[in-house]
Design a protein. Structure first.
Length: 181
């Protein structure tokens, strides 16, 4: 039977400014809008996602967290007070090729948000859509347009509801035959 092993060797607080970038600059695009979302997330939520790093010859190479480090440096340059050390998961990596595979794995998106599910989850938990939109990027979901405003309507009685549930007749455009679907 094939074994699934834990390749997180340890978690450690490391000086985040000493972490080395492993991915090339042209691997992923960070737009100004998404830079701002990461920035806003760090300001509103603080640091909540560990770096994943590869330790090689006493140096730590980032497998996941390049853009967080970039935004953290920008915040530090603006005068924000940041911890010197942040949590890092040190991953057991055997080769540069394996490190590349892991970096690409961290970049993968296996589950995609469902707009209706997201809207319902946010709405039923009384969260602010506009505030969340300032720091979330849920791939092709525009949070402000999902906001479920209350709709004023007059409920009808059971008999009237039954009429509303009936399907309307349809007329065939070719032969004018009328039928109910």
């Amino acid at each position: 039977m094939k074994e699934i092993r834990n390749l997180i060797k340890r978690a450690e607080l490391l000086n985040w400014q000493d972490l080395k970038p492993f991915q090339p600059d042209n691997l992923k695009v960070l737009t100004k809008a998404n830079f701002d979302k990461i920035r806003n997330s760090l300001i509103k939520n603080n640091f909540i996602a560990s770096f994943h790093v590869w330790e090689k010859n006493g140096e730590y190479w980032i497998l996941d967290g390049h853009h967080r480090k970039y935004v953290l440096q920008s915040l530090k340059d603006e005068g924000f007070i940041l911890p010197d050390k942040l949590p890092c998961n040190i991953v057991d990596v055997n080769s540069k090729q394996q490190a590349i595979k892991f970096l690409l794995t961290y970049s993968s998106e296996y589950a995609h948000p469902d707009s209706l599910g997201i809207a319902e989850f946010i709405h039923t938990n009384d969260l602010d859509f506009e505030e969340l939109d300032s720091f979330l990027d849920l791939r092709n979901i525009d949070l402000p347009t999902l906001k479920l405003d209350s709709v004023d309507f007059d409920p009808v009685d059971v008999d009237e509801q039954g009429k509303l549930d009936k399907k309307a007749s349809v007329k065939c455009p070719n032969c004018d035959h009328v039928f109910s679907p």
